[in-house]
Design a protein around this ligand. Structure first.
Ligand code: MTE
Ligand code: MO
Length: 383
């Protein structure tokens, strides 16, 4: 970040030109879009507000390759159309207020003057893989590419909050960004309990994979909550508010809630079950390639590191350990690769994290289409 931020980062979207573009090819592979500045080869789920998915095979790499996702293919998700198209980095201020001893208004230079920290972490949408839910649920019909892994650079949220000083009675911290809701719709705001906000690894990031954040991924600042779903990773973060009562806003009370039942699953169509705000992620392993020459992919452990990835070609009766790629910390993707015997197989792959949590074959179902972690399979013929 030595060279600092671009003086002004602007984004101009060819929205008109996109209106008549078919979202999907007739059969098979979706058409890939280069229409958004700074992004290429994305699956265009929606133009306004942008929903761009990364094709799963674009995560592929040789086993020892970096498990980081290039910024120009990193997925994009905004709720509201009115997103920041440019940010003046000279006048931008991050406000820290609410139940604090002194309110702060910090420039980017103020923030960059604080101790810098770095963490590798997977940003995964709560609804990643929603398109695989059966019965179908409403919402973006994501495949497996509403996720990405980056090396995030920034400052500890705790360092910012301690500068403001927490007032007595604080219980939560609420976050919102530069995007605006239409009409009377509720501002997009998310809250963390005070202990999660003050944790070592909760970060306000200004860097992503060694450069500034792309505008579509939250330039100039975003919250990073490693191990938790990205609904909390508020982009274009400009307001931090310490609360003395839990947030009762729409985005905590109504949206992004999951069944309290194990693995967040209920009988399809169920209503009136207890729910809680979505929080931490759970383990998953994905195929990025499965053909005669290579069977491999990426895995995430959730809120604990990937301890192992196993594969099975006998419908889960026996499991073999996959080879693992380099370890970039508990919250990063870990690459995996399997060497299968000759033959035609349906191969299943399963991640287990350091807490011993793993994946199951039963399909998860909840009305939001959240938290899928069903074991993935692929058909492959090895010569
Ligand atoms: N300001 C703001 N931050 C936001 C959102 C939003 O709509 N506005 N969406 C959240 C959700 S639900 C997701 S999945 C992630 C997407 O992050 P990305 O676009 O960088 O991939 O941003 C999160 N942060
Ligand atoms: Mo999301």
């Amino acid at each position: 970040m030595g060279e600092g931020f671009d003086r002004r980062t602007a984004l101009a979207m060819g929205v008109g030109a996109l209106a008549s573009t078919p979202l999907w090819a007739q059969l098979g592979r979706p058409a890939l879009s280069d229409a958004f500045p700074g992004k290429r080869g994305m699956i265009l789920q929606r133009t306004r507000a942008p929903l761009l998915e990364m094709p799963i095979d674009a995560f592929d790499g040789a086993l020892t390759d970096s498990p980081f996702t290039p910024n120009d293919r990193f997925f994009v998700r905004w709720h509201y159309d009115d997103i920041p198209l440019s940010v003046d980095v000279g006048s931008f201020r991050l406000k820290v207020g609410g139940a604090v001893k002194r309110s702060l208004s910090l420039s980017l230079a103020d923030i960059q003057a604080l101790p810098q920290v770095e963490i590798a972490a997977v940003n995964q949408c709560s609804g990643n893989s929603r398109g695989l839910f059966g019965p179908r649920v409403p919402g973006a019909q994501w495949g497996n590419g509403a996720m990405g892994n980056a090396l995030w650079t920034g400052v500890r949220l705790r360092d910012l909050i301690e500068r403001a000083g927490v007032a007595p009675g604080a219980v939560q911290v609420r976050f919102s960004g530069l995007d605006n809701p239409p009409g009377a719709a509720p501002d997009f705001a998310k809250a963390l309990n005070l202990d999660r906000a003050m944790a070592d690894d909760t970060i306000v990031a200004y860097g992503m994979n060694g450069t500034q954040l792309p505008l579509l991924n939250g330039f100039p600042l975003r919250l990073i909550v490693p191990g938790w779903f990205s609904t909390y990773w508020v982009k274009a973060l400009d307001t931090i508010e310490v609360l003395t009562t839990p947030d009762t806003g729409y985005w905590m009370e109504k949206a992004y809630r999951v069944p309290t039942a194990p693995r967040a699953t209920v009988v399809p169509g169920a209503k009136d079950f207890p729910t809680a705000p979505i929080g931490r992620m759970i383990p998953r392993a994905f195929f990025t390639r499965a053909d005669a020459t290579a069977v491999r992919g990426v895995a995430l452990g959730g809120d604990a590191g990937v301890a192992k990835v196993d594969w099975s070609i006998d419908a889960g009766k026996s499991w073999q350990a996959a080879e693992l790629g380099p370890d970039h910390g508990a919250f990063s993707f870990r690459r995996w690769a399997a060497t299968l015997p000759a033959g035609s197989h349906t191969v299943a792959v399963r991640a287990t994290n350091a807490k011993g949590e793993t994946q199951g074959t039963d399909p998860i179902w909840n009305p939001g289409g959240y938290m899928r972690n069903t074991i993935e399979t692929a058909k492959v013929t090895v010569a």
